[in-house]
Design a protein around this ligand. Structure first.
Ligand code: OSB
Ligand code: MG
Length: 381
């Protein structure tokens, strides 16, 4: 241990269950339970760090699951991080680079070191990341509904609450009809986009091209999670920008996708790309190339959302983030007070020291399904 950081005296991984208000229906299926992974650190001065590895319960979005994330964080990511020389945001990211994939686990661990560092320095996470904005515009991601009427009612509700942009989940059989209805009902000024969560193939290109008529900000992840070349082929025949989500799991993935024209818009989720260090690299890449960038969401608790929000305060994020307030997803949050969307469709990025939101440790404890204390034998804890 060197560099003036107080040593980490507690390092634990927790699997917690968050009851969803209603099932989230997408192109990959129904998500009706939500377990997530938290990483908690404490240093010898009593500063706390919290991070979240928000994989889903199932492997239908990406290979990572809550279970695999808990295991990878407990047995590999956190031990490697603790054994890094002078563990801090940058050194732990480098120490965990040996791990293949398991981006959500690495992100949860790194997030805890970022917020611990902010707490120890007496600064806000946002400032540590170099963020400038104090409010960020947000949009809502609407799951697939049973009827078009239900979707129209939900869009009206969210626009009334101030949301700046609407993203509709689509899949074969639920695409042009809801998109046309929303465009017709809410007019040309509505920023509207769709997310297919990998539910189409190149054989569906004609159907996807029909969406060009609705002036969408982007079509997110139309093809399979690993279909990089196919997305480039599709983008060549679509007027609407393709946005990639599942396919982009590292800064290198983003560079490759942009180099071959597989997308013209980027959804960045810190969990999916392995953490905030990789996110900063991607933000720089997109800013350099003039690519519209926005922060996606993984139905995170307020712990994960806090990191996303701090990241969104960077100027490279040029489009509204997927960031429904926790109250839209859960009846309560693991942070309290949590954030709320203002009437102007923006959320305040806190300038509080550390994570930015007070963690309700009583709720974390009550919701914990299992936990593991990780000891760095080299550091004697
Ligand atoms: O594809 O963007 C996605 C949630 C879970 C998994 C994948 C996605 C989503 C969302 C929700 O769209 C966005 C949010 O967290 O508000
Ligand atoms: Mg998506």
């Amino acid at each position: 241990m060197s560099g003036g950081r107080a040593p980490v005296v507690l390092a634990e991984v927790r699997e917690v269950s968050l009851p969803l208000v209603k099932p989230f229906v997408t192109g990959f299926g129904v998500t009706d339970s939500r377990r997530t992974v938290l990483v908690h650190l404490r240093d010898a001065d009593g500063n706390e760090g919290w991070g979240e590895g928000p994989a889903l319960d199932h492997p239908y979005y990406l290979p990572d699951t809550t279970t695999s994330t808990f295991e990878a964080a407990t047995h590999f990511a956190l031990p490697l991080a603790l054994a890094a020389p002078d563990p801090g945001p940058a050194t732990v990211a480098a120490a965990m680079e040996r791990i293949r994939g398991n981006t959500f686990a690495r992100s949860g661990v790194e997030g805890a070191f970022w917020s611990l560092q902010a707490a120890a320095e007496g600064t806000a996470l946002r400032s540590l990341l170099g963020g400038e904005r104090d409010r960020v515009p947000v949009g809502e991601s609407l799951g697939i509904a049973d009827t078009v009427e239900e979707t129209l009612a939900e869009v009206a509700l969210r626009l009334g609450e101030g949301y700046r942009r609407i993203k509709l989940k689509i899949r074969p059989g639920w695409d042009v009809e809801p998109v046309a209805a929303v465009r017709e009902a809410f007019g040309a000024d509505l920023m509207l986009q769709v997310d297919a969560n990998a539910a189409y193939t190149l054989d569906d290109a004609d159907q996807l091209r029909r969406l060009d008529a609705y002036d969408l900000a982007c079509i997110e992840q139309p093809l399979a999670w690993d279909a990089l070349l196919e997305h480039a082929e599709l983008q060549r025949s679509l007027a609407t920008p393709v946005c990639l989500d599942e396919t982009l799991r590292s800064p290198q993935d983003v560079r490759r996708a942009l180099d071959i024209g597989a997308c013209r818009n980027v959804n960045l989720k810190p969990g999916r790309v392995g953490g905030l260090t990789a996110s900063l690299r991607i933000a720089e890449l997109c800013a350099d190339r003039g690519i519209p960038l926005w922060c996606g969401g993984m139905l995170e608790s307020g712990v994960g959302r806090a990191g996303n929000l701090a990241l969104c305060s960077l100027p490279a994020f040029t489009q509204p983030a997927d960031m429904s307030p926790a109250s839209v997803l859960f009846s309560w949050d693991l942070v309290d007070p949590t954030f709320e969307v203002g009437a102007d469709g923006t959320i305040a990025v806190p300038d509080r020291v550390g994570l930015g939101f007070p963690v309700r440790t009583d709720r974390v404890t009550a919701q914990t399904l299992r936990s593991a204390v990780v000891r760095d034998t080299a550091a004697g804890i």
